[in-house]
Design a protein around this ligand. Structure first.
Ligand code: GRF
Length: 212
């Protein structure tokens, strides 16, 4: 049997897991990744069933069982590292992470955020884009750093904001793009084309990526 050279990936989720599904589908279509575990901080996250359905170990580590962020993140790190992943993907993982945790995965943890960062960090991005009368909105994949939604941006997708939009219609348009750009960015990393440079910027194919 030939050696499996695919990148091993651990995905962290809290909810529906449609971005996780996009990665599962991309793996099935030949992206050189192997999702080795899905971990949720919520036992009722529907994304756990997506993992189980595809035979991926689905694990729950509830933040409610921990007195503080530090002890939770320390156990989460232990759980993740048991799988020895080459990449950790945050796929709708709704937790603020400690700097220790983030530093441990420096250069090998991605997040997807539903806005054109640096605009609209944090929650309720779609409503905030509407309230700000934006004509354009979108999603960003970035390396995770200690600054919330502030890490170096790898890839963005833009969508128009239409006059008849509400937060739900806008979110759906953005989500469709998330499902495209997350596997694309993960694929670059898996192929060894993408790295976080010493300069703190993402490098693609040996060149620093232009600021978006
Ligand atoms: C996505 O909009 C993602 O950008 C944000 O949380 C949402 C998760 O959706 N971080 P899903 O669980 O992947 O369906």
């Amino acid at each position: 049997m030939s050696e499996d050279n695919r990148l091993s990936v651990v995905a962290l989720i809290s909810g529906g897991g449609s971005n996780l599904q996009a990665l599962i589908d991309a793996q099935a279509a030949g992206l050189p990744i192997r999702i080795v575990a899905v971990i949720s901080n919520r036992a009722d996250a529907p994304g756990l069933d997506r993992a189980r359905h595809h035979g991926i170990p689905a694990e729950i580590l509830s933040h409610r069982d921990y007195p503080d962020r530090e002890t939770y993140d320390a156990d989460l790190q232990r759980l993740i590292d048991r799988h020895d992943p080459g990449l950790v993907v945050l796929a709708g993982f709704m937790r603020i992470l400690t700097p220790e945790f983030v530093n441990h995965y420096r250069g090998r943890m991605f997040n997807i955020h539903p806005s054109l960062l640096p605009k609209f960090r944090g929650l309720h991005t779609h409503q905030r884009a509407l309230d700000a009368d934006e004509t354009e909105h979108g999603a960003s994949v970035h390396f995770v750093t200690a600054e919330l939604d502030g890490g170096p941006i790898i890839l963005q997708a833009r969508v128009p904001v239409l006059p008849e939009d509400d937060a739900a219609t806008l979110a759906a348009r953005v989500l469709e793009q998330e499902h495209r750009i997350y596997p694309a960015a993960v694929g670059w990393f898996a192929e060894g084309r993408l790295k976080l440079g010493e300069d703190g910027r993402p490098w693609l194919d040996g060149e620093p990526m232009p600021e978006p």
